[in-house]
Design a protein around this ligand. Sequence first.
Ligand SMILES: [Zn+2]
Length: 245
Amino acid sequence: MIHILFLIFGFLAGSFANVCILRLPKNEDVFLKRSACQHCSKQIEWYLNIPIFSYLYLSGKSKCCGKELSKQYPIIELSTGILFLINSLLFNLIQSITLDLIFFVVLLIIVIDFKERVIFDFMNYFLILSGIIVSIIMPDLNPLNISTLNAMITGIIGFSLFFALRYLFQKKRNVEALGMGDVYLIAGLGVWLGFEKFLYILSISSFLGIFYYLLVGKKEENFEIPYGSALGISFILIFYFTKII
Ligand SMILES: [Zn+2]
C-alpha cells in the first residue's frame, strides 16, 4: 500500500518537476503562476492538470486549442513516479524519502542540462550542503552511509579533478570542455557517493557521454555532450546497483 502512495506522490512531484523544467530556465516563478497552455496561453483548469491521467484523458492534445501537448509531461511524471516507487521498494522509509528529494533535484539537473545545457548553481549547492549535513547529523539517511570525512574528501577531489581538467582544456585547446556547473555538480554527487562509488560515477558517466556522442553528436557541428545529464543518470544507477547487486 505504501508503495502505491510513493508512486502517486512521485507523479505529483513529476508534475512539479515539469513546471520547474519549463520555467526555471526562463527565470519565471515556479510556485505562484497558474499553469497555462504552451500554445495559446489559456489557463489550464485544475482537473486537466492531473499527472498522467489528464494526458491520457486528453489523448495528448490540449483542450483549449487542440494542439499537441509535449510528451515531456507524461514522460517526466512517469519517470518520477517510477523512481519514487523503486526507492520505496529498495530502501527503508526515511532513506527512500531522503532519496526522493535528492533524486528529484538530480532529475531536474538531468533534464535541464539535456534540454538547455545549463546547470543551476543553487541545485549544486543544495546537493553539496545536504550531503555534508546528512553525513554529520544522520549518515543512515544515505543508504551508502558516508562518513563526513569521506564526503568532504570526495567532494574536494571531484571538484579539483574537474576544475583541473577544465583548466587544462581551456589552456591547451582553448575550449570549454567542462562548464563550472559540471565542476560543482561532481562535487555535490561525490559528497553523496563517497570515494569508492566516485570512481564508478567517473567511468559510467564517461561511457554514457561517449555513447551519446556516437549516437547523435557525431553528425552535428559544435556538439556539446550534456555531461551533467550523464553524471545524474549514473548517480541514480549507482544507488540502485549497489542495493541490487
Ligand atoms: Zn491552448
